[in-house]
Write a protein that binds this ligand. Structure first.
Ligand code: FES
Length: 237
């Protein structure tokens, strides 16, 4: 089938600002949008730049704004992308909003990962390790199961109007990652993380707009996680 792509392009070496370019490609309706981007790159313009790695919705590197909403290019099939765009309309592809564009569809994620690192996204437990693993009940493990699904694609943070307006805000992805450790019974650094998230730019900046829930390709209930971190803050204060 024929498909029409409208892709936002930007080359910092030659362009003053981003502009749209259109491409006609052939693809199967069940091909992924990532296959369509490869078709543009391989058969039309080898300079088109985008990130991808696993092509299976695991690495989180190909989150893009497709048809005006944040989605993973490797999880969206062409026929669904066309349905979203509307009959005879081009499928639009843009870089994630609110991050500096490096080139074409690639954005600078350093600020995003700096916020992620700030909440200490690793297990902290100073007790000597037991002979075998640190045991946990099924209920204790389930308590943070939802937030273990995060793949750090930034679709949630980039879709958040609060983040657009206030770049100090750590954003939903960092809070989801903090939730994963705050509710882990083996971790001992809850107070440290809650202190960070209780400050300006932390969890109280969220306005419960729910864009993050809609954007998350892993189906994480992001707003629920944010509210649970707020509850933890109340409990610990
Ligand atoms: S390429 Fe890894 S999530 Fe899409």
């Amino acid at each position: 089938m024929d498909y029409r792509f409208k892709i936002k392009r930007y080359n910092p070496e030659t362009d003053k600002k981003p502009h749209w370019e259109e491409y006609n490609i052939q693809a199967e309706p069940t091909d992924r949008l990532l296959d369509g981007l490869h078709a543009v790159k391989w058969y039309h313009d080898g300079t088109l730049t985008f990130r991808r790695s696993c092509a299976h919705g695991i690495c989180g590197s190909d989150a893009l704004m497709i048809n005006g909403r944040n989605q993973l290019a490797c999880k969206l099939v062409m026929q669904e992308a066309q349905k979203q765009a509307g009959k005879n309309q081009p499928i639009t592809v843009e870089p994630l909003r609110a991050f500096p564009i490096v080139k074409d569809l690639v954005v600078d994620m350093e600020g995003f990962f700096a916020k992620y690192r700030a909440i200490k996204p690793y297990l902290i437990n100073d007790e000597p390790p037991p002979e075998r693993e640190r045991l946990q009940s099924i209920a204790e493990r389930e308590r943070f199961d939802d937030t273990t699904k995060c793949i750090l694609c930034a679709a949630c943070t980039s879709s958040c109007p609060t983040f657009w307006a206030d770049r100090e805000y750590v954003g939903p992805a960092a809070i989801v990652q903090a939730h994963r450790f705050i509710y882990d019974s083996r971790d001992q650094s809850t107070d440290e993380r809650l202190t960070i998230l209780g400050e300006r730019g932390g969890v109280y900046e969220c306005r419960s707009i729910f864009n993050c829930v809609e954007a998350c390709p892993r189906g994480i209930d992001v707003t629920k996680a944010i509210n649970e971190v707020r509850q933890a803050l109340l409990f610990h204060s």
